[in-house]
Write a protein that binds this ligand. Structure first.
Ligand code: PBG
Length: 330
């Protein structure tokens, strides 16, 4: 009698057996929650290209953070929307000890001392040109930018940040930041490096959220391709990641998520520090838009993508869906 050598379908018979042999389980511990902060009081502004995602003023941020903690979400990644009149080429406002980021860090730590606070370190929200670095003669100046990022990191550490998260892609900035932190005595401040960050069109909605898109001006680069990576490249991601680890990164990141899971797996296979994946704003927007049209099942697609990110090798998932996912599965 002929029969299939293996009946793989036995392990798929019903939910009990499927859940028994399931390899990838999503829990609140997987998530890092990005939060957008604005000046003002009582502000909760929905971001038009990110439905059901908001910018919060500090008072509302307090409630949000408490809610996250109750849901078991214990790590946040802070971004600030800087008023136009405080932007300049050098990101001077980024170093203001009483700036919005510095106050946001204190606010979170104040209402929820055990919440892990990570901060975005890059100049773009502070830059009048919408770039992650200082510009001179139409170019992004690498080493001067790295020095400002190090000062920014110190300022965040002083305000109480647990981790700084440089998202700028300047060369050598992890070492510059690590040295600065060590010199100032912040030996326990972590660095989560955006190591393999690609020049991606998926960042569009985020730039709406922070009003941080590169400006359209003569002599100003129109895109970020001289510092963020070419999405056609794979080995470069390994090179970038190894370099950041050697320079002192505690966690490395691949960004964006879904379209880059081959890179996540490559890195996970050879890298021995935790790997974070950022499911970025455009990925969020695509699911929201398709669901709004009734073309995709929002919750099902969300869970499938988050699970795929973890299956590919993510130890940490930065996602605008963090709350939605946890509410769905709890
Ligand atoms: C800026 C920064 C960006 C994101 C995180 N930090 C945008 C960019 O590089 O232009 C994107 C996040 C997202 O799209 O969700 N340094």
């Amino acid at each position: 009698m002929m029969f299939p050598l293996r009946r793989n379908r036995r392990l798929r018979t019903n939910e009990a057996i499927r859940s028994l042999v399931r390899e990838t389980i999503i829990t609140p511990n997987d998530f890092l929650v990005p939060l957008f902060v604005v000046e003002g009081k009582g502000v909760k502004q929905e971001i038009p290209s990110m439905p059901n995602y908001f910018r919060y003023s500090l008072d509302i941020l307090e409630n949000e953070v408490k809610e996250l903690w109750k849901l078991g979400l214990k790590s946040v990644l802070l971004f600030v929307k800087v008023p136009d009149n405080l932007k300049d080429n050098k990101g001077t406002e980024a170093l203001n000890p009483n700036g919005l980021m510095q106050r946001a860090i204190k606010t979170v730590k104040n209402v929820c001392p055990d919440m892990l606070v990570m901060t975005d370190v890059a100049l773009d929200p502070y830059s009048s040109y919408g770039h992650d670095g200082i510009i001179a003669n139409g170019k992004i100046i690498n080493d001067d930018t790295a020095n400002v990022l190090a000062e920014m990191s110190i300022s965040h550490a002083q305000a109480g940040a647990n981790f700084v998260a440089p998202s700028d892609m300047m060369d050598g900035r992890i070492l510059t930041i690590r040295e600065a932190l060590e010199n100032e005595g912040f030996i326990d401040t972590g660095i989560m490096s955006y190591s393999a960050k690609y020049a991606s069109a998926f960042y569009g909605p985020f730039r709406d959220a922070l009003d941080s898109a590169p400006v359209d001006m003569v002599d100003i680069p129109k895109d970020k391709k001289t510092y963020q990576m070419d999405y056609a490249n794979r080995f470069e991601a390994i090179r970038e990641t190894e370099m950041d680890i050697n320079e002192g990164a505690d966690i490395v990141m691949v960004k964006p998520g879904i379209a880059y899971l081959d890179i996540v797996r490559d890195i996970k296979n050879i890298i021995e520090v935790p790997v974070a994946v950022y499911q970025v704003s455009g990925e969020y927007a695509m699911i929201k838009a398709a669901a709004e049209k009734g073309w995709l099942n929002h919750d099902a697609v969300m869970l499938e993508q988050i699970t795929a990110i973890k299956r590919a090798g993510a130890d940490v998932i930065a996602s605008y869906f963090s709350k939605d996912v946890i509410k769905l599965i709890s």
